[in-house]
Design a protein around this ligand. Structure first.
Ligand code: FES
Length: 104
């Protein structure tokens, strides 16, 4: 049985600027991770929902990449408003946010 109701992994992998693959860190994923933590705290969900930093999730082109378990839903999360939408609709409301799904 899972310890958390939802467990999020936010890729904060960093590559050199010269690397053609790019990385989620260049696209602002540290701020996205911080925004998830802040929203979880503010909504009183600490202990039920956990947002961890992760290394490369092998979805670099679609970053900033975030995966939500237990469903295994993959998102591209670019803004604090995207974060709030996922927290409210998916993590609290139980309805994944389709417009932010990664293709595939
Ligand atoms: S660098 Fe984020 S998924 Fe690869």
């Amino acid at each position: 049985m899972s310890k958390f109701q939802y467990h999020l992994f936010v890729c904060t992998n960093k590559r050199p600027d010269t690397d053609p693959r790019g990385c989620c860190s260049q696209k602002g994923s540290e701020a996205i991770h911080a925004a998830f933590k802040e929203a979880i705290q503010k909504k009183g969900l600490k202990g039920q929902i956990r947002a961890n930093q992760a290394g490369c999730l092998d979805a670099c082109a679609m970053g900033p990449s975030v995966v939500v378990y237990p469903e295994g839903v993959w998102y591209t999360v670019k803004t604090a408003s995207d974060v709030n939408e996922i927290v409210d609709q998916h993590l609290i409301g139980g309805k994944p946010v389709e417009r932010l799904f990664q293709p595939g």
